[in-house]
Design a binder for this molecule. Structure first.
Ligand code: FES
Ligand SMILES: [Fe+2]
Length: 358
């Protein structure tokens, strides 16, 4: 039986939504309206050192004020452009390292100008650009523009309590989609993961993949070969990706319970990600300690990155400008691409509807 899979993702679905934008433009627009992580919760202590972050080229500062509230703001001080990540965090504001102006952690309004004797004379429009913040899965999330969808909440992680451990983020000079596709690809195991997984079959069985909107799922038994995971018994893996940037596996062991590994690549630019990733164990999980799971999953990541970082192009050719060929084992990838284009199209439609309503 022959199976025909398009050489690249169908381009008409998103491109015909009454717009002249290319798929890449729609994808980039969708990412600006999507949630991405910019820091780990554990790295931000109340009143502690602010952290720099870059999201799609925007220079950001991430900090937790003295009251414990996490904030994401533009890194550029609106007075004379100093770098606020070199500044000082106060009880409910961040202070600039240059002339000490302070901006409220909630709305970014300037609340103190040390050089003015009468603080009622602060320029009333002086304001730092701030961004929405969510804290979930041990990470600080933000969006550059009003998010189209709420931050991911996976039903399989809601059913019971999980403890998260976020790894040291990894730097990878490829895009979000290439990173997500690598995470859930199964045909590369026998070539890239011989050490962490041991010998695994080259032939990929027909994959059972389903998609709804931005979500893509696949269920597969764990074939741990003779590698580090051999001996943990029967396990079903639920692969669950959500466009643009969540890729996860929830492992359900017959005798141990459930654990998770998840990647959350955050785009520094279109072709460069900082991969936030972590592991989680259900409270009832009786397998290896969470630190051990992190160590094993890190082995897998460190095997992948030297291969993927040399991919060309560095991000999915959304407008089919470079020819690709696919095999049946790529069916999850193709569904993820459709999910991303689906999100891009819905983002465009939502923004158009908002424009019309205004
Ligand atoms: S540049 Fe920030 S206070 Fe002057
Ligand atoms: Fe891999």
């Amino acid at each position: 039986m022959s199976l025909t899979i398009p050489a690249s993702v169908p381009t008409t679905e998103a491109a015909t939504s009454a717009t002249q934008k290319s798929n890449r433009e729609l994808i980039e627009q969708a990412m600006r309206h999507s949630w991405f992580p910019v820091a780990r919760s554990a790295d931000l202590t109340p009143g502690g050192t602010p952290q720099p972050a870059t999201l799609l080229g925007s220079q950001l500062v991430v900090y937790r004020d003295g009251q414990g509230r996490a904030s994401v703001a533009s890194r550029r001080c609106p007075h004379r452009g100093a770098d606020l990540s070199l500044g000082k965090v106060h009880d409910a504001s961040i202070g600039c390292p240059y002339h000490g102006w302070q901006y409220a952690s909630g709305d970014g309004l300037c609340v103190r100008v040390p050089s003015i004797e009468d603080q009622s004379k602060i320029p009333p429009k002086a304001k730092l650009q701030v961004f929405p913040v969510e804290e979930r899965y041990g990470l600080i999330w933000t969006a550059l523009e009003e998010p189209i969808e709420p931050l991911y909440r996976l039903p399989e992680w809601e059913r019971e309590e999980f403890t998260w451990l976020q790894a040291d983020p990894l730097d990878s000079p490829v895009g979000v989609a290439v990173t997500v596709e690598n995470f859930r690809d199964v045909a590369h195991f026998p070539f890239v993961h011989q050490v962490s997984m041991g010998p695994t079959p080259e032939v990929v069985e027909p994959l059972q993949v389903s998609r709804e909107g931005s979500h893509v799922w696949m269920f597969r038994p764990l074939n741990a070969g003779t590698g580090e995971w051999a001996g943990d018994g029967d396990c079903e893996m639920q692969y669950h990706c959500v466009a643009p940037g969540l890729s996860s596996i929830t492992y359900d062991y017959a005798k141990l319970g459930r654990r998770v590994v998840a990647g959350f690549p955050s785009p520094i630019s279109f072709e460069h990600v900082k991969i936030f990733w972590g592991v989680a164990n259900a409270t009832e999980f009786t397998g290896a300690p969470i630190e051990e799971n992190l160590r094993l999953e890190e082995m897998v990541y460190l095997e992948d990155i030297p291969i993927v970082e040399n991919n060309h192009p560095r991000e999915v050719p959304w407008d089919a400008e470079i020819e690709e060929f696919s095999a049946p084992a790529d069916v999850f990838t193709l569904n993820y691409r459709r999910a991303f284009l689906d999100l891009a199209r819905r983002t465009e439609e939502t923004l158009r509807a908002r424009d019309t309503a205004e």
